[in-house]
Each structure stands twice: as C-alpha cells, then as structure tokens.
Design a protein around this ligand. Structure first.
Ligand SMILES: Nc1ncnc2c1ncn2[C@@H]1O[C@H](COP(=O)(O)OP(=O)(O)OP(=O)(O)O)[C@@H](O)[C@H]1O
Ligand SMILES: [Mg+2]
Length: 233
C-alpha cells in the first residue's frame, strides 16, 4: 500500500517537473544545485535571503526554476518558503499539490495571518505560500506596505524565501518585487529570449535598484557525454 502511494507521489512530481525531488542524483538536479551554490557564493558579503526568479517573457521557465531551486535549498537543510507571487498565472499550487483557496492575496488583504497561510510540503523544510485567489489589482497589492511586512516576517522565520513572478516585460509586478528582494535570478529561455528583451529586462531591474545575482540559461539542448552536461556551464 505504502509502496503504491510512494509510486503515485513520484508520478505526480514527475508531471510537474520537480526533478530535484524525484531524481535528485540526475545531472539536471546537479545543475540546479550549481545555481544554488552560485547564489550562496554571491552571498559571502551580503546575505541574500529573499530571492525572486523572473524572465523577460512568458514560458521561459521561471516557475520550474524557482520550484526546483526551492527544493535544492531545502535539501541542504535550510528552512525555505516558496511564495507564488505570480498573481496573474499562478502554478505553485499545482506543482506542490496544495489548495489555492487561501494564499498570498488573503494575507495581503489581511484576511489571514502569514503563519496560517503557508503550508508544509512533502519536502522536509519546504513551505509554500500559494497565490490565493487571483485579484484584479496584482501590481497594487505587490507594491503595498503589507507586502513589505510579509517579506520581513517571512525573513524572520525562514532562511531562504523564493518568489515566483510574472514576466518582467509584460507587467510591472516583477519590477516592484525586484525592489523588495535581496536578489534576482533572471531565467533566459534558450533560443526563445531575444537579446534585446534580455537587455531590456536588465535595464528594468537596474531601474528598480535590484541586485541581479545571475542569469539561468534554460532549455539548452546538450548532448549526453558533454563535459558541461555533467558539470554545469
Ligand atoms: N528546462 C526545461 N526542460 C524541459 N521543460 C521545461 C524546462 N523548463 C520549463 N519547462 C516546461 O516549459 C513549460 C513552461 O515552464 P514554466 O511554467 O516554468 O515557465 P514560466 O516562465 O513560469 O511560464 P509563465 O510565464 O507562463 O509563468 C512548462 O510546461 C515546464 O514544465
Ligand atoms: Mg510561471
């Protein structure tokens, strides 16, 4: 019975691409750990506790990167909170299989306290705050004083807080959050992001006085046996 349940859990996670959880030894999981290490190397002088993951356009892999990064931080024994701040197209509740009836938007509108809104996941140490019901005014909510307070409160309870966000060039939400977070990871979809779009995103982040920690090149096709396939480029 237990074995059957375990198999189902593995299948569910596979469907949502949480490779770092169902196959932590794969070369791809190793690449996510490399990103985690690079963030930690950047943290030598400044502590980067609140980190957002974004991209120029839609579908470049923000949510996949953010969720897998959250898993690798938790696997290292950190207390991690994953916040779905993509209030336009939230997906974290699907990825982590939790209800989205209550989440960030309920905390932002003071309907429930943060401590009651975030949930545990199957992954030890990893908590998730889903988006909650999609509001008509995401940018306004994310730019509110309450958002700052939530981030501060979360920083007292968790070692790392990862935010998933909407695309930078589409709406202002990402820029607003970038100003609030200690650091930003920019996902660039291989052969998808135009150079111009990536540069424009960099400009927007600079304008928001954000700290760009690095760029993740996603969906890069690599041949097996390639040195970089195993060790990360
Ligand atoms: N490295 C990858 N390899 C294979 N599939 C991937 C990879 N990264 C993302 N995907 C898949 O591409 C799709 C889009 O990825 P994801 O949802 O992470 O992008 P996103 O930037 O969050 O999109 P949106 O802008 O809609 O929020 C998903 O189906 C995801 O499983
Ligand atoms: Mg997404």
């Amino acid at each position: 019975m237990r074995r059957k349940q375990n198999n189902k859990a593995v299948r569910d996670f596979k469907e949502r691409s949480l490779i770092t959880h169902y196959n932590s030894k794969s070369p791809i999981s190793e690449q996510y750990r490399t990103i985690r290490s690079n963030i930690q190397f950047s943290s030598v002088d400044n502590e980067y506790r609140t980190i957002m993951v974004t991209s120029s356009g839609p579908g470049e892999g923000k949510s996949t990167t953010a969720a897998n990064l959250a898993v690798t931080f938790a696997q290292q024994g950190k207390r991690v909170l994953f916040i779905d701040a993509d209030l336009r197209k939230p997906t974290a509740h699907y990825t982590f299989r939790v209800s989205n009836a209550q989440g960030l938007t309920n905390v932002l509108t003071k309907q429930i306290p943060l401590g009651e809104a975030h949930r545990t996941t199957e992954i030890e140490g990893l908590h998730i705050l889903p988006s909650g019901p999609v509001p008509p005014n995401p940018a306004e909510l994310l730019g509110s004083r309450m958002m700052k307070e939530i981030t501060k409160e979360a920083s007292e309870e968790f070692d790392v807080i990862l935010f998933d966000t909407p695309p930078l060039l589409a709406v202002t939400d990402g820029q607003i959050l970038a100003n609030l977070c200690d650091g930003v990871v920019l996902v660039v979809g291989s052969q998808k992001t135009e150079n111009e779009a990536a540069l424009k995103s960099k400009e927007l982040l600079e304008a928001a006085k954000a700290k760009l920690l690095g760029v993740v090149l996603n969906r890069k096709k690599m041949k097996e046996g390639n040195y970089y396939y195993y060790y990360g480029s």
